[in-house]
Design a protein around this ligand. Structure first.
Ligand SMILES: [Zn+2]
Length: 299
């Protein structure tokens, strides 16, 4: 059963302005005395007199859907543990493919924006895998040519705290500089790190207690394994093949963040995750990438 537009409005208000229990706060000046112009579902600030809507300044701003459509899309997105395609969303909510496509990307962008300050500690697994890129169709003599830089697969470096959170970073390939930078930023100093035998991880020995695994000899010796990081990559791979078909390099970071977020929240109930994703979306400013996206592409 679908929500009414009034119910959706109340839900949005509670999640956008939790500190005032759903009472509007002016996005222009921060004043919390605002009047609702009922007929237009807009607010007017008593201090600066400016008008705003419930979605002003958020990723939902300027999109033309009804509020309850947004909430229906977020609910589908949250319930689909393995990810969901824009085509499926457009069918289920009965909105255009373009609207579904942009909205899903905005949700991923909102999630991505909240994941840059995570610090991992205790036992941390680190592992890289390659995604995206462009597979050149075989055409005689040109086969085997190296794809251009833009089209090469990229590495998603994944750090998983055992029993804790996941951090993902897109890098050109596993290399010493990026591994060290990312570890410094996201792994607390007294952590124990587990990595495979790739030379890029050698640099970690100077900073952490590190255990290495050689996949050719033993898949898991019980101590030095990277099973959790690998199962993240297995989920990512399944989403790439099953839901997204092809992950463009440009959005690889957002897709990785979506899957990391899902993986970190897999034991949290859907209602809580729904509120959290909606709150993140309402706290994320309108994105330049997605304003007039289809109009720009049409030119
Ligand atoms: Zn104001």
């Amino acid at each position: 059963m679908r929500m009414s537009e009034d119910e959706a409005f109340a839900t949005f208000a509670m999640l956008r302005w939790p500190d005032t229990e759903g009472e509007a706060v002016c996005p222009h000046c921060g004043h919390d005395k605002c009047y609702l112009i009922k007929t237009r579902r807009r607010f007017k600030c008593a201090a600066c007199r400016k008008q705003f809507s419930i979605t002003s300044g958020t990723i939902f701003h300027s999109a033309k859907l009804e509020l309850r459509d947004y909430l229906a899309v977020i609910a589908l997105f949250v319930n689909a543990v393995k990810g969901i395609s824009a085509l499926q969303v457009s069918r289920d909510v009965d909105i255009s493919y373009k609207a579904a496509f942009v909205l899903l990307h905005k949700l991923r962008e909102a999630i991505d924006g909240t994941r840059s300050d995570i610090t991992l500690s205790g036992e941390v697994e680190i592992d890289g895998a390659y995604y995206g890129g462009h597979v050149r169709p075989s055409n005689g003599g040109r086969e085997g040519r190296k794809p251009s830089k833009k089209r090469r697969k990229k590495c998603v470096l994944t750090l998983v705290q055992r029993g804790g959170a996941t951090v993902t970073k897109v890098i050109p390939s596993e290399n010493t500089d990026d591994v060290l930078d990312i570890a410094r930023k996201h792994i607390a100093q007294d952590s124990v790190v587990f990595a495979d035998e790739h030379g890029a991880y050698d640099v970690l020995h100077a900073r952490y207690e590190v255990y290495r695994i050689n996949h050719r000899w033993s898949y898991s010796d019980g101590i030095a394994c990277t099973n959790q990081a690998e199962s993240f990559h297995a989920r990512m791979r399944r989403a790439e093949i099953g839901q997204y078909h092809r992950i463009s390099n440009r959005y690889l970071s957002q897709y990785a963040s979506e899957i990391a977020y899902r993986s970190d929240r897999k034991r949290v109930d859907n209602g809580t995750v729904f509120s959290e994703v909606t709150e993140m979306a309402l706290a994320t400013p309108a994105s330049r990438t997605w304003i007039g996206y289809w109009q720009k592409r049409a030119v």
